[in-house]
Design a protein around this ligand. Structure first.
Ligand code: 5AD
Ligand code: SF4
Length: 466
């Protein structure tokens, strides 16, 4: 039974902190950890919380998973291949654990929360020590302590819609940070498993978000990425009016240089949000607006609550208010019943919008979702043909779209030394597009100005401006 959304009381969070110290004092506790993360930014941030809690329990990061005393698989189940990959990697550790029986293994995240998955894991992956779902993440100190004292596999995957505050975080980056503003999703798009594994929408209190943003600013963080499955419906008030635009306006005052957010649902993209972005000094001119399909009958069966023309209208409004805005999207091909004509509608929408980037997926049936039982599932060879054509079109258009940046000035927050060359660094520009330019490790965390001199695939090549 799903219980109502709960803000976890401060006493319970304090109890978890005490339990963490109890684990730390245990002589037989694991000494090192390794978190393997799959999936989206939300999961990446959950892994930062897992690492934060484990470090409070005295564990140190291990360089490689095979060497760790405690390996945590933070899994994703959005598509079947994500799940297959995670299970394959869990299975791979079985042999290592045979050689090092003291090694502990946990499976957590969205896949662990899938109905029936915990039972399957217990049966087929007997060497797994601990299974916990997204709603029980904050209880890791308690769960690890119980597991260490019990000696038998432990499962905690109830689906309460928890809202914990004050979980310790070990951030992977010092210059940019994730900041969750809401959890869960109420939309039930017919293909999507997220509402089943992450529960109903619940928003953090504005003062908690602002306090966290202020602390990040004080720690020198230069960019925050606000996270939620549907940030646009953050803090729906009793009249159903979303509070995201006013949250953005307040965050804009905190003094963090760059503010981004993800993900938005087109049906909830209000004029007020567009106005808030346009007025703000720090919210970056970029928008990730998943369209999923360009065909009205498919959008209807996907339960998306907008039409192609409503979507295009929002794109027009965004571009009118924020000229040059960077636009990206998600699209699914071969949704059940998608005809060639439906698919061509998606192609024509892509030609019309001209996205700066697009994540394209082949529809993957997920047990328990509505679309999994729709008739007319599309054969894999048709799906493959469609995704190939969609990617080819997007790539061809992207070259043209990105050339609007040629000879323009941009600004990037340097994230890393480039994978291809030690004399180049890369990061995201203000419009959300990757930029590479000459530089070295000393530039990481700096905001650099540059002039774009070349477009290479989905990356802009820049020259530094002093
Ligand atoms: N099959 C394929 N793609 C999916 N997505 C969500 N569920 C599925 C599915 N069952 C895609 C959507 C979403 C993105 C995060 O993943 O495009 O926006
Ligand atoms: Fe899934 Fe739709 Fe919710 Fe996004 S809005 S998480 S696609 S159900």
């Amino acid at each position: 039974m799903r219980s109502d959304s709960v803000l976890i009381p401060e006493e319970e969070m304090a109890r978890q902190r005490d339990l963490a110290l109890e684990v730390k004092a245990l002589p037989h506790r694991p000494r090192s950890y390794f978190v393997v993360t799959y999936g989206c930014q939300m999961n990446a941030h959950d892994s930062e919380k897992i690492a934060g809690m484990l470090e409070e329990m005295g564990l140190l990061p291990a360089p490689r998973r095979e060497e760790a005393d405690f390996v945590i698989f933070n899994t994703c189940c959005i598509r079947e291949n994500a799940e297959r990959k995670a299970l394959g990697n869990v299975a791979w550790l079985k042999e290592i654990k045979r050689q090092r029986p003291e090694m502990m293994i946990a499976v957590c995240g969205c896949m662990a929360q899938e109905p029936g998955m915990a039972e399957r894991l217990l049966k087929q992956y007997r060497f797994v020590d601990l299974i916990f779902g997204t709603s029980n993440l904050y209880r890791l100190p308690e769960l690890l302590l119980s597991r260490l004292n019990a000696g038998a596999p432990l499962v905690a995957v109830d689906d309460a819609d928890t809202l914990p505050e004050g979980v310790p975080v070990r951030r992977l980056r010092h210059d940019a940070a994730y900041l969750t503003i809401m959890y869960g999703c109420n939309n039930f798009c017919s293909y999507c498993i997220v509402p089943y594994v992450r529960g109903r929408e619940r928003s953090r209190r504005e003062e908690d978000i602002l306090r966290e943003a202020e602390a990040l600013a004080a720690a020198g963080v230069r960019e925050i990425m606000l996270l939620g499955q549907n940030v646009n419906s953050y803090g729906l008030d009793s009249a159903g009016k979303p509070l995201f635009p006013s949250l953005l306006r307040r965050l804009d005052q905190v003094g963090i240089e760059r503010i981004r957010f993800m993900t938005s649902h087109p049906k909830d993209l209000s004029n007020d949000l567009i106005a808030a972005m346009a007025e703000s000094a720090h919210v970056l001119p970029q928008f990730h607006l998943p369209v999923q399909s360009g065909s009205d009958p498919i959008l209807l069966r996907m339960n998306r609550h907008y039409t192609r023309s409503q979507y295009l209208d929002r794109v027009r409004k965004l571009r009118a208010a924020i000229p040059g805005i960077g636009l990206s999207t998600d699209m699914i091909v071969a949704f059940p019943g998608e005809t060639e004509a439906d698919f061509e509608e998606t192609l024509s929408l892509v030609s019309e919008v001209r996205y700066d980037s697009a994540f394209t997926f082949v529809y993957s049936p997920r047990t328990g979702t509505k679309a999994a039982s729709f008739p007319d599932q599309i054969p894999p060879e048709i799906a493959k043909d469609r995704i190939t054509r969609l990617i080819a079109l997007q790539e061809a258009l992207q070259r043209e779209t990105l050339s609007r940046f040629l000879n323009q000035e941009e600004e990037l927050l340097v994230e890393s030394v480039s994978r291809r060359s030690e004399e180049a660094v890369s990061g995201k520009g203000r419009h959300g597009i990757s930029i590479t330019l000459p530089g070295g490790a000393e530039d990481i965390g700096k905001i650099l100005r540059c002039r774009i001199v070349k477009v290479k695939n989905n990356t802009l090549i820049g020259e530094r401006i002093p």
